[in-house]
Design a protein around this ligand. Structure first.
Ligand code: MG
Length: 172
């Protein structure tokens, strides 16, 4: 079997922002949080999954989420963002890589993410196929940013070559 070309590790970065909107559920990291408003957007507005998807795609220099799933396509209206992440992960695997770890920062005024952090990290880890201790999640309030009605996500992800992982296992 031929080894995947390219570096042993690759880093990817993703960013997303969505505006709060009444009357829609709040989904962050594939988890629905109890809140009086949700995040608007063409899909389910899950900004964390969108930023992770873009980080995965960026790491392998693939087209971004907007190019693969254009908001102009009615097919993606109200879509579960897990679909976007799974497609990105499929492309990562096809390129010969898997996720080593990821880290995210959320910036939002409310709700507090702390009480939901374990649930979000667990769900994201499950989606990425990594242990929960390979998913970092921090949340900050938008001090001085004047972003009371907006949620922002920044994500970095590290990929490792799958062949390198197999070799490491054999050596043990
Ligand atoms: Mg988005």
């Amino acid at each position: 079997m031929s080894e995947a070309k390219g570096p042993t590790t690759r880093i990817g970065y993703g960013f997303d922002s969505h505006e709060f909107r009444p009357g829609v559920p709040l989904k962050i990291g594939g988890v629905t949080l109890a809140h009086d408003r949700g995040l608007g957007g063409h899909s389910d507005g899950d900004l964390l999954l969108h930023a992770i998807t873009d980080a995965l795609l960026g790491a392998i220099a693939a087209p971004d989420i907007g190019a693969l799933f254009p908001p102009s396509d009615a097919k993606w209206k109200g879509a579960d963002s897990v679909v976007f992440l799974r497609e990105a992960l499929k492309r990562v695997q096809a390129a010969g890589y898997c996720v080593a770890n990821m880290d995210a920062s959320l910036i939002l005024a409310a709700p507090k993410i702390g009480p939901h952090a374990v649930a979000i990290r667990t769900r994201v880890a499950e989606l990425l196929g990594v242990p929960a201790d390979c998913v970092g999640l921090k949340a900050k309030t938008p001090e001085g940013l004047n972003l009371e009605d907006t949620a922002v996500a920044h994500v970095v992800v590290l990929l490792k070559k799958r062949s390198a992982t197999k070799k490491a296992r054999k050596k043990k």
